[in-house]
Design a protein around this ligand. Structure first.
Ligand SMILES: NC(=O)c1ccc[n+]([C@@H]2O[C@H](COP(=O)([O-])OP(=O)(O)OC[C@H]3O[C@@H](n4cnc5c(N)ncnc54)[C@H](OP(=O)(O)O)[C@@H]3O)[C@@H](O)[C@H]2O)c1
Length: 325
């Protein structure tokens, strides 16, 4: 039996239930993982609240974890028992001591990457990676605006943008988060609770606007962000921590400077295993070379999952949150 977090209905953190569930032996193309560190991501909150629909209640939660392969089913060639591994994506259900899932989501871990770093950095790091290389390729001299700059994805996006030679402007809620964002490559952390960040962006860019906005906050930041972009700038909307972006007339994109808009998801970028493995290898290399540092902002036992969700939702956290199995 394995301790597993499941929800029987959507709702607040109280719907998260810790239950003893049978361990599923791996079928063909599957592996069984003894999990050691589990990543908590904002998407887990969307799943819990029902903003993103899940099928077949009761259902597990969680999209990423690291651990050791306990058993491999038929046809699995790239993994064997004893391998250290991590995964993100695939079916939900990472909040558990043991996990059986399709092997195509599972990546072997190099010795240089600890379980905590993998569970805190794979999903968020791959997200930062595709956002800055594929959604919009950041070049030296670009100016980028990153919302929630001290968050899990935000800190990594700041580090990577700086590494790519960009000037980084970020938004954060508190002076403590501003200091952390600055340490992670954000030259201009703007405290949106204290200052008019749109005006500040115009001032910093001398009225030109930024090349790209990476917006994971959604409802409260989407529209004002369009006013921060230069002509032909790129709006990358990749989340909605403050709520969904309200419907709008696309003509507004032309009025504000023939802007581009994309709304990408990591899952499409890692659908192909070869791409997934290549991006993960690039990410692990950036970590090994200390270009990217995964900041663990909070460690919780699996049984403390409710607290982890409360903390993440209430904007108390910085960096990545980990559940220890
Ligand atoms: N599309 C994709 O492929 C993809 C992949 C991964 C993550 N994401 C998205 O990226 C975002 C960041 O994920 P994460 O796990 O790294 O979380 P996170 O950024 O660590 O946490 C969310 C942060 O958003 C900010 N925020 C602003 N308004 C908020 C509000 N009303 N309620 C809650 N938070 C608010 C807070 O920072 P301040 O206190 O500084 O305001 C908070 O700390 C999420 O929206 C997630 O869905 C998208």
């Amino acid at each position: 039996m394995a301790l597993t977090v499941r929800i029987h209905e959507t709702g607040g953190p109280e719907v998260l239930k810790l239950e003893d569930m049978p361990i599923q032996p791996p079928g063909v193309n599957e592996v069984l993982i003894r999990q050691r560190a589990i990543g908590v991501n904002y998407i887990d909150i969307y799943h819990r609240t029902g903003l993103y629909k899940l099928l077949g209640y009761p259902v597990g939660l969680g999209m990423e974890a690291a651990g050791i392969v306990e058993a491999a089913g038929g046809n699995v060639t790239h993994l064997q028992p004893g391998d250290r591994v991590a995964y993100c994506g695939g079916p939900v259900g990472a909040y558990a001591e043991y996990r059986t899932l399709p092997a195509r989501y599972v990546i072997p871990l190099p010795a240089s990457v600890t379980d905590e770093v993998a569970a805190g950095g794979l999903l968020k790091g791959l997200t930062a990676y595709y956002l800055l290389h594929l959604s919009f390729q950041v070049h030296p001299g670009d100016t980028v605006l990153i919302h929630a700059a001290a968050g899990g994805v935000g800190l990594l996006a700041c580090q990577l943008a700086r590494h790519l030679g960009a000037t980084v402007i970020g938004t954060v809620s508190t002076p403590e988060k501003a200091a952390l964002a600055r340490e992670n490559g954000c030259e201009y952390p703007l405290i949106y609770t204290q200052e008019d960040w749109v005006e500040k962006v115009k001032e910093i860019t001398q009225g030109k606007g930024v090349d790209v906005v990476y917006d994971s906050v959604g409802k409260t930041t989407f529209m004002p962000s369009l006013d921060c972009l230069k002509r032909f700038g790129m709006m990358v909307s990749f989340g909605q921590s403050s709520g969904s972006v309200p419907p709008f007339d696309p003509t507004i994109l032309s009025q504000k400077g023939s802007l581009y808009l994309t709304r990408p998801t990591l899952m499409h970028h890692i659908e192909d295993y070869d791409h997934y493995a290549a991006y993960a290898a690039a990410l692990f290399d950036l970590i090994a070379r200390r270009i990217l540092t995964i900041r663990i902002g909070g460690l919780y036992h699996l049984g403390e999952v409710k607290q982890a969700h409360i903390d993440l939702e209430s904007r108390k956290t910085t960096g990545a949150l980990i559940l220890q199995a």
